[in-house]
Design a protein around this ligand. Sequence first.
Ligand SMILES: CC1=C(CCC(=O)O)c2cc3nc(cc4[nH]c(cc5[nH]c(cc1n2)c(C)c5CCC(=O)O)c(CCC(=O)O)c4C)C(CCC(=O)O)=C3C
Ligand SMILES: [Fe+2]
Length: 388
Amino acid sequence: MSDQLRAPAAPAAEGLAAPYDALLLLSFGGPEGPDDVVPFLENVTRGRGIPRERLKEVGQHYFGFGGVSPINGQNRELLDALRKDLAEHGLDLPVYWGNRNWAPYLTDVMREMVRDGRRRIAVLATSAYASYSGCRQYRENLADALATLEEEGLELPRVDKLRHYFNHPGFVQPMIDGVLASLAALPAEVRDGARLAFTTHSIPESAADTSGPVEDHTEGGAGGAYVKQHLDVARVIADAVAAETGTAHDWQLVYQSRSGAPHIPWLEPDICDHLEALHADGAPAVVMVPIGFVSDHMEVLYDLDTEAKAKAAELGLPAERSATVGADPRFAAAVRELVLERAARERGERPRECWVGALGQSHDLCAVGCCPARAPRPAAAGADSPYA
Ligand SMILES: CC1=C(CCC(=O)O)c2cc3nc(cc4[nH]c(cc5[nH]c(cc1n2)c(C)c5CCC(=O)O)c(CCC(=O)O)c4C)C(CCC(=O)O)=C3C
Ligand SMILES: [Fe+2]
């Protein structure tokens, strides 16, 4: 474990949540039974041009698990962990939960918050990195919800989206422990030679290139913030694992869960192709580390635990999948710290920065042009927000 990771929590953790009077957990949503699957996929893909074949295939992933996505259960566990952590720290901050694609829907929850008298809302999205899907799209969802409340004549609350937490120690440390546990679960004779395959959601190369602040967008498709942030986290985890085990495991960042039309380039290599390459290279074992996912989403249960594990078995390659952060108490504590440090900055104070790796602390407010959409739409909680 590096010294940086041992660092105590930011002093902001002792502060108050003012000006915030509520915390909103903003997530993707998922089906809770077979009848939900098709309407859920229609919600996800409305206007996004995903081929029918791909939708049928993804529907089968959900039906294979009884039509139930793990994501809502994971969010309920996280809510419990957050409420427990806040209560233990004497913070009387109500926590709400709303989704982009399934009940409880964001707009309904925001309406409830307004009726409960909430005026200033801190928002935690269940996506740790910069990208259109993981950041701006949530900001568009917030703007849509505010627009609806405005039409209904309600007084609008102010919403602030908490910064990207990919490099927060409370997000990274549980994953380091997860990798150590997966290495320990491998047969002793292949453990030292095991490779680490860090995985995240593939996105279109064009979306990757334009992810993050404009000054981060690089010429020639070398990748914007999305790839840089994942590489940073992967390096921190690999270094910490090497320090703990005394063995430097070769590692690579690879991708999973590609959708979209085949002629459009998405980030590669895919995890299954990577497993073949590792096998051909004589790797004795692999640990798959889903750093791109906050909890065990369907992408983790199907694309890694089902499909990639089957590929590894076919190759005779011992493979483990390490744990996602989920409702780890250290992550719940990190969320509290994110709220309190932002609250302190909103009050004009300068709380100590809290991050690991090489990229530094992420911005509070997305600048104009950050993670642009293909077709520009209003987005809240950024420099280009039409709302206060
Ligand atoms: C970067 C990223 C994250 C990580 C950040 C974050 O966590 O937000 C993420 C999360 C998720 N994606 C999810 C599900 C789906 N994503 C799809 C489609 C797409 N995802 C994309 C990107 C991402 N997605 C993209 C560029 C598309 C193409 C269409 C488009 O441009 O929008 C489709 C359509 C079918 C398909 O094509 O796969 C489904 C069903 C679920 C729920 C899983 C569960 O039920 O547990 C979660 C958490
Ligand atoms: Fe997705």
